[in-house]
Design a binder for this molecule. Sequence first.
Ligand SMILES: CC(C)(COP(=O)(O)OP(=O)(O)OC[C@H]1O[C@@H](n2cnc3c(N)ncnc32)[C@H](O)[C@@H]1OP(=O)(O)O)[C@@H](O)C(=O)NCCC(=O)NCCS
Length: 194
Amino acid sequence: MEFTALQKEHLKEVFELANNTLGNNYITSSYLKQYLNSKNYLGFVLLENNKVIAFISIVILSPSTLKKMVLKENDWFYKLAKNYPKIALQKQTIVNPKFTNQGIGTKLVKLSIKEVTPLTDIQLSTVWKKEGDLAMEKLLLKNDFRLIKTIQNYWYKDSLNNNYNCLICGTPPCKCATEVYIKKNALVKTSAFS
Ligand SMILES: CC(C)(COP(=O)(O)OP(=O)(O)OC[C@H]1O[C@@H](n2cnc3c(N)ncnc32)[C@H](O)[C@@H]1OP(=O)(O)O)[C@@H](O)C(=O)NCCC(=O)NCCS
């Protein structure tokens, strides 16, 4: 299995994977293109026989760009991150359904953390909360992330504005919640947890 930075030739497979696992049109090809050869938009894939079986995306942000990028609770995010010049925001983590529950998601997150840790001060992850599916939560907890907040209706307005379907809610609006995780090694440096 090969871990590598996202390349142009992976885009089509990642796009299909995202449509099948996150919902139609949630990820667009122009969104994915941002992750090609960028210092701040980092995309990684795992390849098996040259086929993409998993994808992860991370954006490196300043506190003010984080505040602009998140979809709700912007001030809370800003307060959480304001003491850190470089914040890694883990966005999508996707494993091809044929390969799930075999440790691939855990491996992908571990490898991407290794890349991102030297470049950033803290790492955040916003996780789509799905009833009865704890895979992403377990995976993050194993990798030293800790849950700090649940935000209801996180994609509500965004799904209407950008007209994407949710695999759970169907056509917009999406009423799913997100869970915000932070890497434990940041705990000593901020008062946002008290
Ligand atoms: C979330 C996701 C990335 C996990 O990938 P994965 O390769 O299955 O993860 P792992 O095999 O490393 O498993 C992580 C944990 O979840 C558990 N798990 C994974 N799939 C499971 C399933 N179907 N049923 C029960 N437990 C499951 C594993 O047993 C493991 O638990 P452990 O730490 O106690 O051993 C994958 O399910 C996925 O792509 N989901 C769709 C997209 C998505 O929702 N992404 C997250 C939000 S962006």
